[in-house]
Design a protein around this ligand. Structure first.
Ligand code: PLP
Length: 489
């Protein structure tokens, strides 16, 4: 196939060039019928492409023309049998993956630190999660991937599970040995579903980890918008047929997708695929060079550490994406949150995320040495000015035992709840999510039995100053639990 072609993007431009009189939605009609300040800011080109699924422009719900061709080109570029465009981000694609394989009551093996879209899909489907703990990196205070050994144990203990879901790479760019995980899961005839939100670019350079499709996974939900040059919200769902049928995936995706699909987003996926397929290697090379230079310079700054290849070597940190700069600032006596605010205030720099010990900066082909140098300048000044008399309390990052599941997350979601004092919650079934950062792994999800050990763990972490998130009552004095129905006397 000719990857220089962009059937959808080009088809849209040809349609716009004919300047048809539009008696269809969107009612702003090329920007004329909307707030004019917004229209002039957006520009005529963007607004004229804000179209809808009229006959010449094909339909994402039943593609047979421009969209079908664009998806076929994408499948070839990503090494998939089928690629489906998602205008509802990777969240929509992840929900599709889970709902395509799980019926109510089916088990699915998932890492404990899954994205909320996985939990939502577990609630929607009525599936039973079999959790596997990701490995912890105590120095950085982050979680990595799950080990093949942990997957093997889970598969052996629950051979009736319907699938294994893996986050690959993690937000911080670390990957497990995905090929090995796939071969283990396939031995049990379980398909592997990959949350590849942070890995669209890895398919295009051999210094980057194996992509889900290269590793033989069955489904991969991939954010093209995050690191692949598409507009925000635009993702793909890649399918390797065999254990999964593309028809099932397509109909579930359609059930979860708006009928008013944005052609701006769809065209951006078509163009991003061309950019990746024709220039991806070169773009990744440029990005890797910039990131290598940045990492080296950051590591020359006293008190600041940018993680590199030394991360690797454990089964959960098998490979990593060097374009992610995980910058640990704990030796400066500052938290990542402090540094995020400081960089914003003094250098107009916005980082991707911050946590207790780190900031995460992502480098892409959209960057140049100029941005990298500004970051280095900012971190150098920060290190010079950091108060050496202030020390961040070193906290032991740990994870408690995963509580027993008394109700499926779906049953818990639909149960009546009541609010009780947190200190009296041991023995009750939790109706909320509760998470501690770092390492960002849930302590409770709805349906799990609260134990005194878990309450103690949470109190210890609060005393150590770690943020607890998720409860409706952010003072943490009360918690919502499932209402108990006492027998009448
Ligand atoms: C690990 C992970 N999975 C899934 C998602 C969801 O991706 P999207 O924002 O494209 O819906 C995210 C978003 O940040 C994520 O970090």
């Amino acid at each position: 196939m000719d990857q220089r072609r962009t059937p959808l993007f080009t088809g849209l431009k040809n349609h716009i060039a004919k300047n048809p009189v539009q008696f269809h939605i969107p009612g702003h009609k090329k920007g004329k019928g909307m707030d004019q300040e917004f229209a002039s800011f957006m520009g005529e080109a963007a607004l004229s492409m804000d179209l809808i699924n009229i006959e010449p422009l094909d339909d994402l719900h039943n593609p047979h023309g421009l969209i079908k061709e664009a998806q076929e080109l994408a499948a070839e570029a990503f090494g998939a049998d089928y690629t489906f465009f998602s205008v509802q981000g990777t969240s929509g694609a992840i929900m599709t993956m889970v709902l395509s394989v799980c019926h109510p009551g089916d088990k699915i093996i998932v890492p404990r630190n899954v994205h909320k879209s996985v939990t939502s899909a577990i609630i929607f489907s009525g599936a039973i999660p079999i959790f596997v703990h990701p490995a912890l990196d105590n120095q950085l205070g982050i979680s990595h991937g799950i080990t093949p050994e942990a997957i093997e144990h889970a598969c052996e203990a629950h051979p009736d599970s319907k699938a294994v879901l893996v986050i690959n790479p993690t937000y911080f760019g670390v990957t497990a040995d995905l090929k090995k995980i796939v071969s283990i899961a396939h031995r049990f005839s379980m398909p592997v579903l990959v949350d590849e939100a942070h890995g669209v670019h890895i398919h295009f350079h051999d210094r980057l980890p194996l992509s889900a499709m290269e590793a033989g996974a069955d489904l991969a939900a991939t954010s093209v918008h995050k690191l692949g040059g598409a507009l925000t919200q635009s993702s793909v769902l890649n399918v390797k047929e065999g254990l999964i049928t593309h028809k099932r995936v397509q109909s579930v995706l359609s059930m979860l997708t708006t009928t008013s699909t944005s052609y701006l987003l769809l065209a951006s996926l078509d163009a991003a695929r061309r950019h990746l397929a024709t220039n991806g290697r070169h773009l990744a090379e440029h990005t890797l060079n910039l990131a290598d230079q940045a990492r080296k310079k950051i590591n020359d700054i006293n008190g600041v550490y940018c993680a590199g290849e030394e991360l690797l070597g454990s089964p959960a940190a098998f490979d990593f994406d060097p374009t992610k700069l995980i910058i640990s600032v704990k030796e400066l006596g500052l938290s990542g949150y402090d540094v995020e605010v400081w960089l914003r205030k003094h250098y107009n720099i916005e980082v991707e995320l911050s946590d207790l010990y780190n900031i995460l900066c992502i480098v892409t082909s959209g960057d140049s040495l100029q941005e990298i140098n500004l970051l280095i300048e900012g971190l150098t000044r920060l290190a010079r000015e950091a108060h050496s008399d202030f020390y961040l309390k070193e906290v032991e990052v740990s994870i408690p035992e995963i509580p027993l599941l008394a109700l499926s997350p779906r049953e818990a979601f639909y149960s009546s709840t009541e609010t009780i004092p947190f200190s009296e919650a041991a023995g009750r079934i939790c109706a909320e999510f509760l998470m501690i950062y770092p390492p960002g792994i849930p302590i409770f999800i709805p349906g799990e039995i609260i134990t005194q050990e878990n309450i103690n763990y949470i109190n210890e972490n609060i005393d150590a100053g770690l943020p607890v998130q998720g409860l409706e009552d952010d003072t943490l004095e009360t918690i919502q639990v499932i209402k108990e129905h006492k027998a009448f006397q």
